[in-house]
Design a protein around this ligand. Structure first.
Ligand SMILES: [Zn+2]
Length: 287
């Protein structure tokens, strides 16, 4: 099978940009659907199925190449994304976005440190003309969230994490989400859920989603202080299925039923309701 990247220097420039939060989220979701479709196409090749070659048109604008030498593009992203530093989560690829589409801030565990807030404040003010949306993007099997869960479940066994100040700055920010996910799992599945042999994995998975929602809640309050009318949303990239979803899924089909993005909760009660919804999507094994 061939994948052909077809470069046309004279292709008409598509300057259509999302004009509001709803259009921005739709553009991101459509981009993720194209990414999922390409992944699926490649997996069909791996499975030995006969597939057509793919032609991917590319333009100078998509690549960030100045159309005329000596001229640089205006910085005009339509969305800001706070994502994890994990190398398996390439944000522009996941959303099939081009150069200058996304203002991306990446840090382990997609936690909200001061430098992250400063970067996003810059985007929300200096780039406000083009910026229509802000997303917190977590991902499944996040190592930073996994470390926080391990410290939560067994602090004495993870002294190297628990007593490392640089690592603690990340773990501590995730711990509230882990506690919130643990409470939600117990409320939905009963107190015995913590004895389930898959409990650690359940808690890590639930915490990845709660952490994205919690960070969105925190970030929305920060953004409100510097820019009016910018909505923060959250989502989680599922590394097994290549889709973005606001609640856990167990198959690509379930991604069609789940919303791609959730709106940042407005208060702690709304955050707890989201944690319960996430816990309801988890299916503990019988043990
Ligand atoms: Zn991660």
């Amino acid at each position: 099978m061939d994948i052909i990247y077809r470069f046309d220097p004279y292709a008409p420039l598509d300057l259509k940009r999302p004009k509001n939060n709803r259009e921005a989220l739709k553009t991101l979701h459509q981009g993720n659907c194209r990414f999922y479709s390409m992944v699926n196409h490649l997996q069909n090749v791996q499975d030995g199925k006969k597939v057509d070659s793919m032609v991917v048109p590319i333009s100078p604008v998509q690549l960030g190449i100045p159309v005329v030498g000596g001229l640089e593009q205006m910085h005009s992203p339509f969305a800001a994304v706070l994502g994890c530093a994990d190398a398996r989560v390439p944000i522009e690829h996941i959303f099939d976005c081009s150069s200058n589409d996304l203002f991306v801030v990446r840090v382990a565990g997609n936690v909200l440190g001061l430098e992250c807030i400063g970067s996003i404040d810059y985007a929300a003010t200096a780039l406000r003309e083009s910026l229509q949306s802000i997303i917190v993007l977590g991902h499944t099997h996040c190592g930073a969230v996994g470390a926080a869960v391990k410290v939560y479940l067994s602090p004495s066994s993870f002294a190297e994490v628990a007593f490392s100040h640089p690592v603690r700055t990340i773990i501590d920010r995730i711990m509230v989400s882990v506690r919130s996910a643990a409470e939600a799992l117990q409320e939905v599945h009963g107190p015995k859920v913590s004895k389930n042999k898959q409990y650690k994995d359940l808690l890590i998975n639930a915490s990845c989603f709660v952490n994205a929602a919690f960070t969105a809640y925190d970030l929305q309050r920060e953004v409100n202080a510097v820019a009016k009318g910018l909505t923060v949303s959250y989502s989680v990239y599922d590394m097994a299925w290549s889709t973005v979803n606001s609640t856990p899924i167990r198959s690509a089909e379930e991604a069609y039923d789940a919303h791609a993005f959730g709106t940042a909760p407005k208060n702690p009660e709304a955050l707890h309701a989201i944690a319960l919804e996430i816990a309801q999507c988890m299916k503990p094994s019988k043990s």
